[in-house]
Design a protein around this ligand. Structure first.
Ligand SMILES: [Zn+2]
Length: 336
């Protein structure tokens, strides 16, 4: 077994054989470098002697992990990298995550830059290991362009990554995932396809239920104000105006101008509630509420929505379907 000499990593990389101990040691020194993460993931395949009949699948987000579990049942081992409350835009893999990724038979991720730099690395790893990207199951015209003004000036389109909030689009991604998993695991393919069909039906029902419920809020009051732009797909699919304070990613802080504009809009439209998000700081939205109070416009916090991460394991919101239902109920109750 080769060991890693940090001073001359390139020589050992050619060897592409690392032990787990080497991996940990290297990470201890170099954990901040994504390049190293990439190299290590290439090198660390599963030890063939350790292989069991159960596939090990690593999913980046809770929503994806939930879909994988619904498709595989107990026939695969599923590990989710980003747990409750984790902001995927700012996510950095931990040592445990690296371990899980290097052990995985299959890695599943969202794509469209949701996972930041990690997405680029996974794309490269797909040459060595089975990597499934949810967005590959979705026709490109379904994606929402998040930089329309730049596109008009000839720039490339950047797509909004929050695809799980249009349930019909998400369903297309889940179908792609299910078929890929069935291909990868022939011993369980019949089961996976059967489970996929049942889960997909549930998602279709959830899509209809969401449409019906949002439609009960009078049209002028149907404005969803949240901390960041996670809900653009939701707004388009379910006919509700959406305004985020922070833009598509949570990396940039909102400016004073954004807050002032939003306060004006809330007062003009007499919007009853604004919402906070489980994985994003409340600071910005509290500034809006204070601004409204100064203008004499009472606006309440409608509640905490789950946006980029699901709720705690074992709770209703700890599943994708439960999370959507929870959000919809909260939005409808807050705005009506
Ligand atoms: Zn987000």
């Amino acid at each position: 077994m080769a060991s890693i000499e940090y001073r001359d990593m390139s020589i050992e990389v050619k060897n592409l054989r690392f032990t787990k101990y080497d991996l940990r040691r290297a990470l201890f020194v170099l954990r901040k470098s994504y390049f190293v993460l990439f190299i290590l993931l290439l090198g660390c395949g599963k030890d063939p002697a350790k292989k069991t009949s159960r596939l090990k699948i690593v999913a980046t987000t809770g929503m994806i992990g939930d879909a994988v579990k619904n498709i595989t049942g107990d026939s695969a081992e599923v590990f989710v990298l980003m747990g409750p409350g984790v902001d995927p835009h700012l996510y950095k893999p931990t040592l445990r995550d690296i371990d899980e990724l290097s052990d995985a038979d299959i890695i599943v991720y969202n794509g469209l830059h949701l996972e930041g730099k990690m997405g680029e690395i996974l794309e490269k790893i797909s040459l060595q290991k089975k990597v499934i990207c949810l967005k590959d199951g979705i026709p490109e015209e379904k994606f929402i362009i998040s930089n329309p003004n730049q596109v008009k000036e000839g720039d490339h389109a950047v797509y909004d990554p929050h695809i799980w909030f249009d349930i019909s689009i998400w369903n297309a991604g889940v179908k792609h995932l299910g078929k890929e998993l069935a291909n990868e695991d022939p011993a369980h393919s019949q089961l996976y396809l059967k489970n996929l069909s049942a889960y997909s039906d549930r998602l279709e029902k959830l899509d209809r239920w969401t449409k019906e419920n949002i439609a009960t809020v009078p049209k002028t009051q149907r404005v969803l104000i949240t901390a960041h732009d996670a809900f653009t797909y939701f707004g388009k699919a379910y006919d509700i105006e959406v305004m985020g304070l922070q833009g598509i990613s949570t990396v940039a802080e909102p400016g004073l101008k954004d807050i002032t504009n939003l306060v004006k809009l809330i007062a003009e439209r007499k919007i009853k509630a604004v919402f906070v998000e489980s994985s994003v700081s409340e600071k910005a939205i509290n500034a809006v509420i204070q601004g409204c109070m100064k203008r004499g416009q009472a606006v309440k916090i409608g509640g905490t929505l789950f946006s980029d991460a699901m709720g705690a394991k074992g709770t209703e919101e700890g599943t994708y379907v439960g999370m959507v239902r929870y959000n919809v109920r909260m939005i409808v109750n807050g705005l009506k």
